[in-house]
Write a protein that binds this ligand. Structure first.
Ligand code: AMP
Length: 194
């Protein structure tokens, strides 16, 4: 099972990816969480990434790829993954595809696209700021991250739609309902293919 989550910041991709990982027994790989860990640990990657994260800009592709190669390889060996936050650009998707071809496993199961209205995304991220204390959950950075999503990440939906992989999910519902919708859609994509 290989799943990608493509959704704007605040849409609940981390929450749903955690649940999907438990449900299907696959690894949850969050590029944002991994980057925040690198920053907290003060590694070479973390020192370069810190400024991009706090501004809400995308970290350079090479750095993200370098960070993800080993965890993705391990996940593939142990049953699959749900990738949360990667790829973030069409260029990352193309590079990941080229890499996966070399590794011998390119088939994705589904791309989960969570759709949530912009006002609701903003509201959720501001609420999260009060509980999680992320440096990028400020009013100004939130708007910038939403713009970056529209410009850099949303085009991925067309990219993957062309391969028949995208399931569109209303992410404005409650957490349990969204999860049920995602699982039902994944199952129907899988049975349609078998
Ligand atoms: P997230 O936790 O997915 O909202 O990501 C938080 C931040 O990490 C983003 O605003 C980017 O600065 C960085 N980031 C996460 N994933 C990627 C990626 N695939 N490519 C570039 N930057 C990323």
């Amino acid at each position: 099972m290989r799943l990608l989550m493509v959704a704007p910041p605040g849409a609940g991709k981390g929450t749903q990816a955690t649940r999907l990982s438990g449900h299907y027994g696959i690894a949850h790989l969050s590029s944002g969480d991994l980057l925040r860990k690198e920053v907290a640990a003060g590694t070479a990657i973390g020192r370069i990434a810190a400024g991009y994260l706090s501004r809400g800009d995308l970290v350079p592709d090479d750095l993200v790829m370098q960070m993800l190669v080993s965890p993705v390889r391990r996940a593939v060996e142990s049953g699959g993954y749900v990738l949360d936050g990667f790829p973030r650009t069409v260029r990352q998707a193309e590079e990941a595809y080229a890499w996966a071809r070399q590794e011998g496993g390119v088939e994705l199961t589904a791309v989960v696209h969570l759709v949530v209205a912009r006002d609701e995304l903003r509201r959720r991220m501001l609420a999260r700021a009060a509980t999680e204390g992320r440096t990028d959950d400020t009013a100004e950075t939130i708007d910038h991250r939403l713009d970056v999503y529209d410009r850099e990440t949303e085009p991925l939906i067309d990219y993957y739609s062309g391969r028949g992989l995208v399931v569109d999910i209303d992410g404005g519902k409650g957490i349990d309902d969204v999860f049920e919708d995602i699982v039902a859609s994944i199952e129907s994509v899988r049975s349609g293919r078998s």
